[in-house]
Design a protein around this ligand. Structure first.
Ligand code: MG
Length: 388
């Protein structure tokens, strides 16, 4: 078996959804000819499809690894960065230099000002594929390559209640609790009846033992967020996620000092350089790194840094077919400060049919694959959805 890289391929994918992520479009809202629309609740762009970017790295003797990054918007961009820019740099290098390769790729564009964004997402997908291949060649699951498997079963919190009315969202939450889950996050961007009203209704329906989280979608000023989180905490709020604009470090710090609720941030941050000022300014209690943006090497670095600040980790789970999700479970299984992993049921369950894996989420827990590498690869059917 050769560990020398021979080929890197990138596949932009677009899989149709029946209902858009976060639920039906709002009254009067519509999508454009490219399939994109803006959610007025958080002013952010979404696709009506599940889009993703898959990467395959192959060695001289035909062994291969799979990667994926968050690319639910223009996956063609990362595909071009990989095929035209970073892929050719890796030909002839050893898969076992995965960390050095990540550092070299970051280094290659840092003085051009590319500290994140699409460029880092492209690196993340390649990095994940290299870790998969590194593990396969060592005949070990990636969590073991990282040095430990602390979590055989990983606690999962249910993310999102994508139903149009509050009554239906409450019913959906009750159904998840009946299935063995003890923590649920609702999305304030689609709390059309009111955020406090939704919190109150969920608490009354679910009782005192279920943990409730809310994604505040970067919508508020510090003063607004402090007032809102205090009101929500009357109903015992477990985590308030992303209350302020990502850039507002001073505001995030003020919120954390002013409320008695855990604050979580970080899904949009990709490196220790982006996390560092938030750690130093006490901007959160919980970090929420997104594997599909960080890649595995940077995810590991960020989580190691969080240990020194006594923060906990609840990794984010974004839109993909499951490959970066498997990487997130593998990396999370090795963490000493993991509390929960996000479970995006409306994406995870729907897209499991497009991958071969033992990964699953049942009875409140994720199962971490134990096969060599990440323990996942795409089914052939996925390639019917390559974006032309
Ligand atoms: Mg979020």
């Amino acid at each position: 078996m050769s560990d020398i890289i021979k080929k890197i391929e990138a596949f932009p994918i677009s899989i149709p959804r029946e209902v858009p992520y976060l639920g039906k479009l709002e009254e009067g809202n519509s999508y454009n000819e490219k399939g994109y629309f803006i959610r007025p609740g958080n002013r952010s762009i979404y696709s009506i499809n599940d889009q993703s970017l898959l990467v395959k790295v192959t060695t001289r003797t035909g062994e291969y690894g799979w990667g994926e990054c968050v690319a639910f918007y223009v996956p063609e961009v990362c595909a071009t960065i990989i095929s035209e820019l970073i892929g050719p740099l890796l030909i002839g290098r050893s898969v076992h230099d995965v960390v050095k390769i990540y550092e070299d790729l970051y280094d290659a564009m840092r003085v051009r000002g590319f500290f994140g964004g699409f460029y880092h997402d492209a690196i993340a997908s390649v990095d994940i594929a290299l870790w998969d291949l590194h593990g396969k060649l060592l005949n070990l699951p990636v969590c073991k390559v990282l040095g430990s498997k602390r979590h055989e079963k990983m606690p999962a919190y249910v993310s999102g209640l994508p139903m149009p009315t509050l009554d239906e969202r409450v019913e959906m939450a009750k159904a998840w609790v009946a299935k063995g889950f003890d923590a649920i996050k609702f999305a304030s961007a689609v709390s059309h009846e009111g955020i406090i009203e939704e919190m109150k209704a969920l608490r009354e329906a679910l009782g005192p033992r279920v943990k409730l989280l809310v994604d505040l979608h970067w919508k508020f000023t510090a003063a607004e967020a402090i007032k809102l989180i205090r009101q929500l905490n009357q109903y015992d709020l477990y985590v308030a996620e992303a209350p302020l604009k990502p850039e507002d470090i001073e505001g995030q710090s003020l919120v954390v000092r002013s409320v008695n609720t855990q604050v979580g941030i970080g899904e949009e941050l990709r490196t220790v350089y982006e996390y560092r000022p938030r750690f130093e300014n006490s901007c959160m209690h919980v970090i929420q790194p997104e594997m599909g943006r960080t890649g595995l090497t940077s995810f590991r670095d960020i989580c190691q840094m969080s240990v020194a600040f006594n923060h906990t980790v609840m990794p984010h789970a974004s839109i993909g077919i499951g490959i970066f999700q498997a990487a997130s479970l593998q990396a999370s299984a090795a963490l000493q400060n993991l509390v929960y992993h996000e479970y995006q049921h409306s994406i995870f369950d729907k897209n499991l049919k497009y991958v071969k894996t033992s990964m699953k989420c049942e009875d409140g827990y994720f199962t971490v694959p134990q096969e060599p590498g990440l323990g996942i690869e795409p089914e052939e059917e996925v390639f019917n959805f390559i974006k032309k």
